[in-house]
Ligand binder design. Structure first.
Ligand SMILES: NC(=O)c1ccc[n+]([C@@H]2O[C@H](COP(=O)([O-])OP(=O)(O)OC[C@H]3O[C@@H](n4cnc5c(N)ncnc54)[C@H](O)[C@@H]3O)[C@@H](O)[C@H]2O)c1
Length: 250
C-alpha cells in the first residue's frame, strides 16, 4: 500500500477555505499537492504561504467548468507527476442565496450547476484513466448538507449538491471492483469566505439547524478529509460522509 508520503493529490479550490485547509493537512503528511483554482491571485498567495512553511505545493490556475481547460491541466499535472493518487474537489458556488425559487434567475442556476456538478464530473472523468492505470485512487467531492436536506433560499445550490451526491453514488459503483473509491462529504456550516459572503439571515438559518449549535472548524473538515482519502479508508465508496454537528443522522 502506498503511503501518503509517496502520493500526489490534485486539490481543486485549494486557494482558500476547505480546500486550502485540506491541502495544508495533507502536505503536512508528505503528500505532494497540486492546487487548482480559478482565482489566480489567491492561488499565488496560498503558494507563498505554503512555501514559507516548507510545504510541497504546485499550482495551476484552471476553471473546472471548461472541459478543454480541465483536460489540459490534468495532462500537465500527469506529465510532472505520472502517478496521481488523490483528487479532492472543493470548488463550489452558492449562487444567489436568501431568495425564493420564483426569484432565482436561470443564468444564476446554470452557473451554479456548471461549477458544482459539471465541474465535478469533468474533473472525475479527467483523472480516472491515470488512476485506473495503477488500480488505485481516492476521489472526494465536497457536497453539502444542503444536498441532503435542501436549504430554503438556496435552490440551485441544494439541487446541484444533491446531484453531486447522486453522481458519487453512481460513479462509486462503476469502479467498485478496482482500487478506486469515489465518495462525497456533506458539511453543514464551516466558516469560510463562502459563508462570509452570504446574507446573515441565511447563515443563521443554517447554523440554527445544527444540534451542536456552532459552525464547524476548518481543522475538523481537514481531519475527516484526510481519513477519507487515506489508503486505510478502503471499504467505502459511493458514500456521502457527514460533517454536520448532528444535523444529518442518516
Ligand atoms: N463553507 C461551508 O460552510 C460549506 C458547507 C457545505 C459545503 N461546502 C462546500 O465545500 C466546498 C468548499 O467550500 P469553501 O467554503 O471552502 O468555499 P470557498 O468559496 O471559500 O472556496 C472555494 C474555492 O473554489 C474556487 N472555485 C470556485 N469555482 C471554481 C471553478 N469553476 N474552477 C476552479 N476553482 C473554483 C474558488 O475560487 C475558491 O478559491 C464547496 O464545494 C462548498 O459548496 C462548504
Amino acid at each position: 500500500m502506498t503511503e501518503f508520503s509517496q502520493q500526489t493529490a490534485i486539490i481543486v479550490g485549494a486557494a482558500r477555505g476547505i480546500g486550502r485547509a485540506a491541502a495544508e493537512r495533507l502536505a503536512g503528511r508528505g503528500v505532494a499537492i497540486v492546487a487548482y483554482d480559478r482565482d489566480e491571485g489567491a492561488l499565488q498567495e496560498t503558494a507563498r504561504a505554503f512555501a514559507d512553511k516548507g510545504l510541497s505545493f504546485t499550482s495551476q490556475a484552471v476553471d473546472i467548468t471548461e472541459e478543454k481547460a480541465v483536460d489540459a491541466a490534468v495532462a500537465e499535472t500527469l506529465k510532472a507527476s505520472p502517478s496521481l493518487h488523490i483528487l479532492i474537489n472543493c470548488a463550489g458556488s452558492t449562487g444567489r442565496t436568501g431568495i425564493k425559487t420564483h426569484e432565482v434567475e436561470a443564468e444564476n442556476f446554470d452557473e451554479v450547476y456548471r461549477i458544482n456538478l459539471r465541474g465535478a464530473f469533468l474533473m472525475t472523468k479527467a483523472v480516472l484513466p491515470a488512476m485506473l492505470a495503477r488500480d488505485y485512487g481516492r476521489i472526494l467531492h465536497v457536497a453539502s448538507i444542503a444536498g441532503k436536506d435542501g436549504n430554503a433560499g438556496m435552490q440551485a445550490y441544494s439541487a446541484t449538491k444533491a446531484g453531486l451526491i447522486g453522481f458519487v453514488k453512481s460513479a462509486g459503483k462503476d469502479y467498485a471492483e478496482t482500487g478506486i473509491t469515489i465518495n462525497a462529504l456533506a458539511p453543514a456550516v464551516i466558516y469560510t469566505d463562502m459563508v462570509a459572503a452570504m446574507p446573515d439571515h441565511q447563515v443563521k438559518y443554517m447554523t440554527d439547524r445544527i444540534p451542536m449549535k456552532r459552525t464547524g472548524q476548518l481543522a475538523e473538515a481537514a481531519a475527516v478529509i484526510e481519513w477519507i482519502v487515506s489508503p486505510d479508508c478502503s471499504f467505502t465508496t459511493g458514500f456521502t460522509f457527514d460533517l454536520s454537528g448532528g444535523r444529518a443522522t442518516y
